[in-house]
Write a protein that binds this ligand. Structure first.
Ligand code: ADP
Ligand code: MG
Length: 343
């Protein structure tokens, strides 16, 4: 029977509450990778090296050649709500690539062993910080080069309940690889090196060319089967690469869409893509596309929760029509549609 007896209210201790908060920011290794790589991007890195072991459960390492962290700030880096990126709430709404502000490193450090080595441009030496379970354990000076390297070991070692919810190493690796692909695609200007369990998965040239980035991440045979799409209408701008009719997949998984530089899941856009292709493909076969859409930020409701990839447009109809028409135009330019002869 339901008991009316209630416990008194108590404040959770700091360690418990930080573990709970951490669980919202990092649910799985792929989210750690995303947060660390986004930090490297924010730091202005031109080269980012990522390697993971055992699906990220054992080790996640992200090394960048970005600006580094000021030596007097390293203590703050693991504190919740400590950030160099926004100063007031308005700043948060101005940006569309919403991360958890000032929470990622604190959260990761609450549930893993973390080692950071960082150095700024004009410093003679770097700083190494070791932290675990939410606290800094050791800090020392050491030789380094400009940039930051972060190693996260034994994720969720102190939250067994979360650890139990992780999938197999290979499934977690797959999640990480998917996210790494999206991150690399949205930054063709950055050279990424990504490996799992000491095997190189991909390396992108960082030459700013989207097509070179695509080909270095995905199936090389795609080169012969992709063509460019470019269009604009009113507040919408589209560019990217789409597959020819002879190259199809059994799933829609390689229909990768970015809105204002951010990877999103959008059924509206996918519907438009598949509708445009439908007359030319066999039943249950789907094209491959890499589409980058720029939309006036006033026309979308970005889901404010940073972990979400869903996005809501004010006018789905206009968007769908735009994508559909853009694809049809691109098909025509590519002379893919057999001419109907009207004798
Ligand atoms: P946020 O990115 O939202 O500010 P984080 O917890 O991810 O919060 O990082 C905290 C701060 O640590 C950042 O604001 C930044 O100043 C610094 N930082 C983290 N990673 C890096 C990095 N790779 N290079 C330079 N600075 C970094
Ligand atoms: Mg961050």
């Amino acid at each position: 029977a339901f008991s009316m007896h209630r416990n008194r209210i108590l404040r959770l201790d700091e360690i418990t509450s930080s573990k709970i908060a951490a669980g919202e920011v990092v649910e799985k290794p792929a989210m750690v990778v995303k947060e660390l790589v986004e930090n490297a991007v924010d730091a202005g890195a031109t080269e980012i090296i990522v390697d993971v072991k055992k699906g990220g459960k054992k080790l996640i390492r992200v090394v960048d050649n970005g600006c580094g962290i000021h030596r007097d700030d390293v203590d703050l880096m693991f504190e919740r709500h400590a950030t160099s990126k926004i100063r007031k709430i308005d700043d948060l709404y101005k940006t569309i690539s919403l991360g958890f502000r000032g929470e990622a490193l604190a959260s990761i450090c609450a549930v893993a062993n973390v080692e950071v080595i960082t150095m700024q441009e004009n410093d003679d030496y770097g700083v190494k910080i070791e932290a675990s379970g939410g606290a800094i354990k050791n800090k020392s000076e050491m030789g380094a080069k400009r940039g930051t390297s972060i190693v996260v070991r034994d994720l969720f070692y102190n939250t067994p309940a979360r650890l139990k919810f992780l999938k197999s190493d290979s499934v977690e690796t797959k999640h990480i690889s998917e996210i790494m692909g999206h991150l690399a695609l949205s930054h063709p200007e950055i050279a990424f090196k990504y490996s799992t369990d000491d095997q190189m998965v991909f390396r992108t040239p960082g030459d700013e060319k989207l097509e070179n980035t695509i080909f270095s991440i995905y199936d090389r045979t795609l080169i012969k089967h992709l063509f460019e799409i470019k269009d604009a209408f009113d507040f919408l701008k589209l560019r990217g690469y789409i597959s020819t009719f002879d190259y199809t997949k059994g799933t829609k998984q390689q229909q990768i869409i970015f809105v204002n530089g951010r990877y999103v899941k959008s059924d509206v856009i996918k519907d438009a893509i598949n509708l445009a292709y439908k007359p030319y493909l066999m039943h249950n076969r789907y094209p491959v596309c890499f589409l980058f859409l720029e939309i006036d930020p006033d026309k979308i409701d970005v889901n404010i929760h940073p972990a979400k990839t869903e996005i809501k447009f004010h006018d789905d109809g206009v968007l769908k029509q735009f994508i559909y028409t853009a694809l049809k135009k691109a098909f025509n330019l590519q002379n893919q549609i057999p001419e109907v002869s009207l004798k």
